[in-house]
Design a protein around this ligand. Structure first.
Ligand SMILES: [Fe+2]
Ligand SMILES: [Fe+2]
Length: 500
């Protein structure tokens, strides 16, 4: 099955950046919007939103932008920012699960339906949803911890999310305006939002539109157009720019304004000028970004997707598959655990053995990731690899108990890369294992669960991979990009262009 034949190039040529994509493979007119619209469903999973939240928020935000006459360039920046607004969402999942002792996705989703700026509402929500099943004493202990962290704690959690989201947007190649909008997503008109307490026109217009659009979507899902409009009116001048609320209320009975929310056609909303084409290097950047989003979900997988990508590409080269296949497997490594974004950090970070229900949730991540990736035709092969990376040759894997007859070389490579990286990294229930121990454990599975030839290739490339990761002085996947510091008393730079 697995060949150890000659290589197209020495594995030592492996780069820390994504592997080169096939130059002959032109994907004419694949729009970034097609990719981001599909992948936004992974962000919805992390935030506990019903599927399609980001797409519906995009529709509402673009309708508002159109009604206020936002210039075309700004509309393009807004469009991509709306699709990627929750890109930083995974980074505060672990601390939220820890603070609330509850499913982070559930806590985030239930909190969004409350006016959590009210101390009374927030206290009731916290008491109700902190440490479910715990006694009053446990709950009060958690509430005390949350109160002690106070506004500063909330700002810190939001800052983590917004700054990371903005960085990811820049890493994909979105404009600074899009990044600023993502950073200002949770700022409120009266200065009571997070993370920087910006107020009024100091908040970028795109951020103001995104704030009201995402909240309208949440209330539209829970109570329809009436609930959405009532919420907007009630929060006019506090959460939202009153001028934007007026636009929404004026269109309360305008069916065209609300049309298509049940099945949003995001491509149809894309501004004609400023559309971004997703060539191979852009797709690599997107895969890297989503690998980073997955890895940020838990401190125990801080570099898992990237590591799996690196090992898989090295294995492909070692097995003589060539750079094109190495690039494909690198991308698959970055995306293989996308479904983990929907798993509670109470499970992902649990230091002990998972119970039956927790294990069931964990076993669902290959299918959850595949469901998201299947929305994007150009990533169909990634969808398959996300589905099979926990399958084993002897049928003992999951989710479908496939056997060797069903598993191709790329499936087998990704499985070995996944196990190799996971054993080499720290987990909640054990420390990181040294290379000799990793090889010893995996050799016991070679020929039964794991492919023998691929395992032999892994033995060969392991030292190169260790050298590669030791040379990396930072765990982040994206180059650090410095956004201008926020001036709490003035507009963001570049200066916000308020719509006429
Ligand atoms: Fe996995
Ligand atoms: Fe994995």
């Amino acid at each position: 099955m697995a060949s150890t034949g000659s290589n197209d190039g020495p594995a030592s040529q492996a780069r820390t950046a994504p592997f080169a994509a096939d130059a002959d493979e032109q994907r004419v007119e694949l729009h970034l919007s097609d990719v981001l619209a599909g992948l936004s469903h992974a962000l919805d999973l992390t935030e506990g939103h019903p599927p399609g939240h980001a797409e519906r928020s995009c529709l509402l935000g673009m309708r508002i932008a159109e009604r206020i006459g936002l210039p075309e360039d700004d509309r393009a920046a807004l469009y991509y920012a709306l699709l990627l607004k929750d890109a930083g969402c995974s980074v505060n999942a672990a601390p939220i699960a820890e603070l609330y002792a509850n499913d982070d996705g559930f806590v985030k989703a239930s909190r969004r339906l409350q006016n959590h700026r009210s101390k009374r509402v927030s206290a009731i929500h916290t008491l109700r949803h902190t440490a479910p099943g715990g006694g009053l004493r446990t709950k009060l202990g958690r509430v005390r911890a949350l109160v002690a962290s106070g506004a500063a704690g909330a700002a810190q959690l939001t800052e983590l999310r917004c700054e990371r989201g903005a960085q990811i947007a820049l890493g994909i190649g979105l404009s600074a305006d899009s990044a600023h909008a993502i950073r200002a997503l949770d700022e409120h008109w009266d200065g009571g939002g997070y993370p920087y307490g910006l107020a009024g026109e100091a908040i970028p217009m795109l951020g103001r539109i995104m704030c009201i659009a995402q909240t309208l979507e949440i209330f539209w899902v829970s109570g329809g157009r009436t609930a959405a409009c009532e919420m907007a009116q009630a929060r006019s001048g506090t959460w939202f720019d009153p001028a934007l609320v007026r636009v929404v209320v004026e269109h309360a009975t305008d069916d065209a304004f609300w049309a298509g929310l049940a099945r949003p056609d995001v491509r149809a909303l894309e501004p004609r000028s400023g559309a971004i084409i997703a060539d191979d290097s852009r797709l690599d950047a997107v895969a890297d970004a989503f690998g980073q989003i997955v890895d940020a979900k838990t401190p125990y997988t801080a570099r898992h997707s990237r590591g799996v990508a690196q090992i898989a590409a090295l294995l492909a080269l070692e097995l003589g598959l060539g750079e094109t296949e190495a690039g494909r497997l690198y991308r698959a490594g970055q995306l293989h655990d996308l479904g983990k974004l929907g798993i509670s950090n109470l499970i992902l970070d649990k230091p002990g053995k998972l119970d039956a229900d927790e294990w069931l949730a964990m076993r669902g991540h290959p299918e959850a990731g595949t469901a998201v990736l299947s929305r994007i035709p150009v990533l169909a092969d990634m969808a398959r690899l996300a589905l099979t990376h926990h399958e084993r040759l002897d049928g003992s894997g999951y989710p479908h108990g496939l056997t060797g007859d069903d598993l191709g070389l790329d499936d087998r490579i990704l499985a070995v890369a996944d196990v190799g990286e996971a054993l080499s990294a720290e987990r909640p229930y054990r420390g990181a294992l040294p290379p000799e121990k990793v090889i010893e454990i995996m050799s016991g599975e070679a020929g039964t669960k794991l492919d023998t030839g691929v395992f032999s290739a892994f033995e060969a490339v392991l030292p190169q991979w260790i050298t590669l990761i030791q040379a990396e002085d930072r765990p982040e996947l994206l180059s650090p990009v410095d956004l201008p510091k926020v001036d709490r008393h003035g507009p963001f730079e570049p200066a916000d262009r308020r719509a006429a």
